[in-house]
Every structure is written in C-alpha cells, then in structure tokens.
Design a binder for this molecule. Structure first.
Ligand code: GLN
Ligand code: ZN
Length: 753
C-alpha cells in the first residue's frame, strides 16, 4: 500500500486560471456548444490542472485531489451516492439551475465562506443508489495521463448534515446514515477494484455547531460511519479531512481512519487556543497538518509554520502537510496580476503559490532555502511597510469610545424628528440598484479602455440616473434611489475609492456554479481620501422633489466580501471602515441627502461556526455599523438592508443595528420571519414584498396579500413596501411591471384600511 504523500492540498480552484470552466458552462447552457465539446474542454482543464500541480511539486502519488465538479462538489457527491437522482449532464444542471418545469434545488452558503453549495433534498423514497461511474471516469482519465489522483467525496456525515429533509419526509437526513453508507461502500469497493489506494472524504460538518445535530451527535454519526467504511474488506485507504475550523468530539471519532487532516490555520488556532495540543496528543495512524491557510491571500510565514510542524512531529511521526481548507476560495495565481505594486505582490500567495508553500513546508528550510528566504522577506517588508500602517488612522480609531456605541437620541425621538420628511403611510421604495443595462456595461468597458474619457463616462452615467429617476417618478414611488449605475459591484466600488485596499485584475473566485467574484484585498489601515458617492446622490436629488436615498455598503459587508488582513483582528478594520463611512454620511447630509441606506447583506455571513464565538463577532459587527450612523442628525433617516439568509439566529443583532428603517428579504418565506419580530424590533421595517431573484412579475393581488400578511405583525405606521433586494440583475420590462404592481397594491391596501 502506498503511504500518504508528504505534501498535499485539500482542494484546488476549479474555474481555471482564465475562467475556462465558466466560459464552457455558459456556452453550453446558451446552446453555443454541445455536451461533447463541453466535456472535452472540462477534460482538458482537469489535465492542465494536474500537470500544473505536479510542476508545482505535488509529484507523489495521491498528492493531487481530484476535487473536480462542474457546478458544485456537494451536488456531485450527492449524485455519486444517489442522494439526488440524475444520470446525465443535463440532469445535473437541471438540479442546480432548474428549468421551465422544475425549480432548482436550494443553494446556500458553504460554512462561513462565500461559496454556495446545492442543498440535496432527502425524501423517504430517496434510494441512495451508487453511481460510481463519474469518479471512476476521473480516475481512468488521470491514469491514462500518468497521474494517480485522489478521488474526492464529501463525507457521509457532512453530506447528510447539510441536506434538507424533503417536504413530507418522516425521517431527518441524518437518520438515513446506514442507507447512504451502503452507497459509499459500493463506490469505495469499485474504486478499490480500479486500483485506487487513497480516497478523500471531507467532513467539515464536524467543525461547526449546526442546528440539525449537536457536536456529540455528529461525532457519534462519524464514529459509526467510519467504523462501517473502515470495515469494508477491500477498500482504498480513507483520508478524512476536517477543514474550516476545529473538530472537537469529531476528532476522537475519527482517530481510526487511515489519515486525518486537521485545520491548523492561524484563524482556527486563534479561536481554539488548545487545538494544537489536542491534535498533538491524538492517537492517529497518520496526521495531515493543514498549516497553510487556504482562506486568505497572504504569503505564509514559513519559518514559524515549520517550527509548528517540527514540534508536532515529535508526537506525530507520521506527519504530512496540507492546506487548512480547499484552495477553491482563493484566486489561481499572483502571476496573473500585472498591476500590483511590486512590494505588495510579494506579500500575496494565491492557490499556486500556496501549493509551493505546502511543498516547501514539507521539505524544510535546508531543502527549500529559497522559498524560506523569500517568505522571510515578504513577512519583514509587509510588517515594515507604510502601506500597512497609517498612524493617523490608528490614532483616530484609538480615540473612539470602547465597547458599544449609541446614536443619540434614541429611535423614538429620531422617529419624531423624521416626521418632517413628510412620508406617506406604507411608503414605497426600492433597495438601490436598477437594471444594469448593456449600455452601462459598454460605457464602463469603453471607459476602462480609454475610449470614453472621464467626462463622457460621467455624462453617460448621469443620463442613466436621470432615466431611473424619471421612471420612479412615473411609477409613483415615494422614496427614490439613483440606481447605482456607477458601481461595478457594491464592495469593489468602495474598495477602489478607499485607501488600504488593493484590487486585482484576475483574482476570480467561484461563488457558485459559473458565478465568480473578484474580492478586493485589505492590505492595511483603511481611510477615505475623498467623498465616494456624494456627487451621484447630489445629482440624483437635484432631479426630484422627492427624497432620494444615499446608498452605502456597510463595514461588515465590505469585509465579508474582501480578503482581510491577518496581522490585526477584523474588528480593527471594521472600526476603520466605520469611521470612514461616517465621514461619507456627514458629507451626504451636507449635500442635502436626508435618507441614507447602509447595506449589510453579509451580516449573517461572517457568523462564526462555533456558537460561543458568535457574540464577540456580533458585538464588533454591530459596533462598526453603529459607528457609521453615530453622528447622523436625528432628522436623517438611516436605513439598512439585509438579505441572503435566515435571520432567526441574528435577529437581535439586526435590531441592534439601531437603523430607523430595515429592509429585509422575506418574500420567499412568505413573511414568516415577521412572526416574532414585533417584540424585538421597534423601528420601521420593509419586509421584501416580492422576490427579485426571478423574472416573474408578481400580481397586484399577490403583493397586496403579502402586505396584509405583514400588517398582522407590524403596525401600519412602521411598515414599508419594497422589493426583496436590488434590481441590478433584472431587466427593465419586468422591473417596471413589478414596481407598478407594487405601488398599486400599496394603494389598494391603504384604501381598504
Ligand atoms: N443596494 C444594493 C443593491 O440594490 C444592495 C444589494 C444587496 O443587498 N446585495 O444592489
Ligand atoms: Zn439584498
């Protein structure tokens, strides 16, 4: 039997260095290429990846994970073990994306990352029939090209823990463990027959406090699962991984697997201070130390990490090196960046650079002296750079009061002061963005290429703002927005204008399916050299007698959708963003804007996986938001907007933001979230009244019914009427009809009161 490789990674980005997979997927979905062409480009991309990984030093057998997926890794495992039914490529895409007759499966966030997975639904008649062909094909294709890759599956406990109980099902997914294990057994047996010696099973559910089961229950499930799978007569060796945090009860449950990976990133060790000791004392056959942080973009301090490795080696003689999590969360390579300042470029490590770090860490400073010298230099120059440390910013945040801050006066009094806004009952508004038309995109591209000069570009955007304002006037909305045509993205836009950030040209990361984002990077202390949104808002306001909302992205969302620093706690950057945005609020007030929205759609996203870490996070997150509005005049109405998640867990924190008006996603859950909201929420609220994620136009009757449903829990003086989220992904035709119906529905409800 082959030993476990000395160096490996948990997983690798799948989209391709030039987003080849994204292009192939979208071409196939649009009917521009056929299935065969699609498969062959995906095949070429896989082999290119294997070759690259071997060149980077993953040259031992089974060092390369075959964690490939066309859409999502959970979906592919679910198909492989029959947790969902599908044979063909089109079946897979129908499950992920839906079609005219089928709703897609739900999609939700993968642990505390920005990646989204497809949620399998388990019904009583889900048969768990194994479909090993997919993995066998990958193995065969790799063998032919001279690679012994390691098949990747999401492990049985995690697969079930993340699945949803289908409506009408009498059993919870985790109760089907023995059924699903039979499918895993069959897949493993077939892989053994195909000559595979190592298989990877990812069990990140063991590092999170989930609502479906306790830590102890998940550990019991894991204990049982790996006894069963370990007991198979002829099987590959089992490599089980626990990325994204510290496994607790789960560690013991996994002691008997053939190789066990643990996440030893700085972030995880920061939250779980005795984890390294716990891991050192484990009795395992082979330990794989996830020392290279797969979630950030910083060059590793190799010398420090090597010291940890050597200490660990004393009690764990069979020790290998890996990444803490899959590298799917970072861009492909720093090499693709041509515009980064040279000093900064050396501080970064994306996927390919991290692979090289893993290899250097396993080899040691004698073997890989260059890599260590380079890492030393990066660590030193970064610590000393004036880009990372700005005295003035540090002094300003040091002067802030400690603990929670409070806008004065309290809501009730502000609410009185805001009567002067003269808003009608059940005011109508939208969340900010209007459809991003091809014209806007063309103008942006032309401006970037220098074909449009600054003046012409501003002119094009002003025209767009004017037409959005005119449209809202025609529709009869009460509080208007400028439509955000100047923003490529609600975070990137601010990152480009703030000091302390750098943005990349090619730093794409998969968010879901073919969708990629390009997160900015916080490199140092953050400040605002000049106003960022005021000119646009002022112009929009000059076109209308009605109030136009100023529109800002909040500090938590900016951090959640960026790569953050690892040299200061996130709360430090959050405070800095809080005061920078507070300056923007006061500039907006000065320019005559009296309603300002601070979006925090990602508030829930950063919630720590372990429950005892959550309050500390919510404390600094809420504080950062409050800093933004701290100095706002009582008569300035502060709005916030949240979406993408279940808010039950954080509803106290949402109320704690102390906004005057909160708009929140609710249409898909038919206002369920409002049931217990009244006790906790004293401010005004705009539960999203129609789902903008689909082009369907809601009828007047339907919207009116939802408004009435909301009125059961929220008094009429405190209810707003608005869509679920921004409209930038929609077309104008459906947007106009939907908003017209929204205003009509509001009128109808008002008249019947
Ligand atoms: N104001 C933003 C928009 O309308 C909010 C987007 C969001 O919630 N994701 O686009
Ligand atoms: Zn939203």
């Amino acid at each position: 039997m082959t030993n476990f490789p000395k160096a490996t990674i948990e997983g690798y980005p799948r989209v391709g260095a030039n987003r080849e997979l994204k292009r192939a997927l979208e071409s196939y979905w649009a009917g521009r290429i056929d299935a065969e062409t699609f498969e062959s480009s995906a095949h070429a991309l896989r082999l290119e990846t294997y070759n690259r990984l071997r060149d980077l030093g993953l040259d031992e057998d089974y060092a390369i994970p075959a964690d490939v997926a066309y859409y999502d890794q959970v979906l592919e495992t679910a198909l492989t073990v029959g947790a969902v039914e599908g044979e063909t490529l089109d079946d897979e895409f129908r499950l992920a994306r839906g079609d005219s007759e089928h709703a897609p499966l739900e999609m939700t966030k993968w642990f505390d990352t920005n990646y989204h997975y497809i949620v399998p639904e388990i019904a009583d008649d889900t048969s768990f029939t194994a479909h090993p062909q997919r993995v066998l094909k990958l193995v065969e294709e790799a063998n032919k090209a001279g690679f012994k890759v390691r098949p990747y599956l999401v492990g049985p406990v995690t697969l079930l823990a993340l699945s949803k109980q289908a409506e009408g099902a009498t059993k919870a997914p985790l109760e089907r463990l023995d059924d699903v294990l039979k499918a895993y057994e069959q897949v493993l047996s077939e892989l053994h027959a195909a000559g595979v010696e190592w298989v990877q099973l990812a069990e990140p559910a063991l590092v999170a406090d989930l609502t479906v089961a306790t830590d102890a229950e998940l550990a019991d499930a894991a204990q049982h699962a790996y006894e069963v799978l370990g007991g198979i007569d002829k099987r590959p060796q089992l490599y089980v991984t626990t990325p994204y945090g510290a496994a607790r009860a789960g560690l013991k449950a996994l002691q008997n697997v053939d190789a066990l990976q643990v996440d030893l990133s700085v972030g995880t060790l920061g939250l779980e201070s005795d984890y390294l000791d716990t891991v050192a004392n484990l009795k395992v056959k082979h330990l794989v130390a996830g020392l290279i942080d797969g979630r950030n973009v910083w060059a590793a301090n190799l010398r420090d990490l090597r010291e940890k490795f050597e200490t660990l080696q004393k009690s764990q003689p069979n020790l290998s090196v890996s990444t803490s999590v899959s590298l799917q969360h970072v861009p492909h390579t720093v090499q693709a960046e041509t515009k980064l300042p040279v000093d900064v470029a050396a501080w970064f490590s994306f996927a390919d650079e991290k692979v090289a770090e893993v290899v250097a860490l396993a080899a040691g400073p004698l073997e890989a002296s260059n890599a260590y010298a380079q890492a030393d230099r990066a660590v030193r120059t970064r610590a000393e750079s004036s880009r990372t440390h700005d005295q003035a910013v540090q002094e300003r945040t040091a002067a802030l009061p400690e603990g929670q801050v409070q806008r004065e006066p309290a809501f009730a009094e502000r609410n009185k002061a805001q009567e002067e806004l003269g808003l009608p009952k059940l005011p109508t508004t939208t969340i900010g963005s209007f459809p991003q038309t091809q014209d806007i995109r063309n103008a942006r591209a032309a401006h970037r290429k220098g074909e449009l000069n600054d003046e012409q570009y501003v002119e094009a955007l002003r025209n767009e703002i004017k037409s959005v304002i005119d449209l809202q006037e025609r529709l009869g909305l009460d509080v208007l927005v400028h439509g955000e045509p100047e923003r490529n993205d609600m975070v990137q836009y601010f990152a480009e204008l703030l000091d302390g950030f750098v943005t990349t040209e090619n730093g794409w990361v998969q968010s879901y399916g073919s969708r990629c984002t390009r997160p900015p990077i916080v490199v140092g202390d953050i400040s605002r050299p000049k106003a960022m949104t005021v000119e646009w808002s002022k112009y929009a306001q000059s076109l209308s007698e009605k109030h136009v909302k100023g529109m800002l992205t909040g500090p938590v969302t900016i951090l959640a959708w960026s790569f953050v620093r690892d040299d200061v706690p996130q709360s430090v950057s959050a405070d800095q963003l809080g005061v920078a945005l507070a300056d923007e609020v006061s500039d907006l007030e000065e320019a005559g804007i009296d309603i300002i929205q601070i979006d925090e759609p990602a508030l829930r996203e950063l919630l720590p996986l372990r429950s005892e870490d959550r309050q500390a996070y919510l404390d600094w997150a809420v504080r950062a938001f409050r800093l933004v509005s701290l100095q706002a005049k009582p008569s300035t109405q502060i709005h916030t907007h949240l979406c993408y998640s279940e808010f039950g867990q954080i509803i106290d924190a949402v109320a704690g933001l102390d906004a005057d008006v909160t708009s929140i996603e609710a249409a898909r859950s038919r206002m369920e979230l409002l049931e217990d909201i009244d006790e906790k929420f004293h401010s005004e609220i705009g539960p999203g009244i129609y789902d903008i994620h689909s082009p369907r136009v809601p009828s007047v009757a339907e919207i009116a019914e939802l408004i009435r449903a909301a009125l059961k829990n929220v008094p009429v003086e405190r209810l707003w009427v608005n869509p679920d989220c921004g409209l930038k992904t929609r077309g104008y035709a459906e947007t106009e009809s939907s908003l017209r119906n929204l205003v009509l529905a509001r009128d109808e409800v008002l008249n019947s009161l």
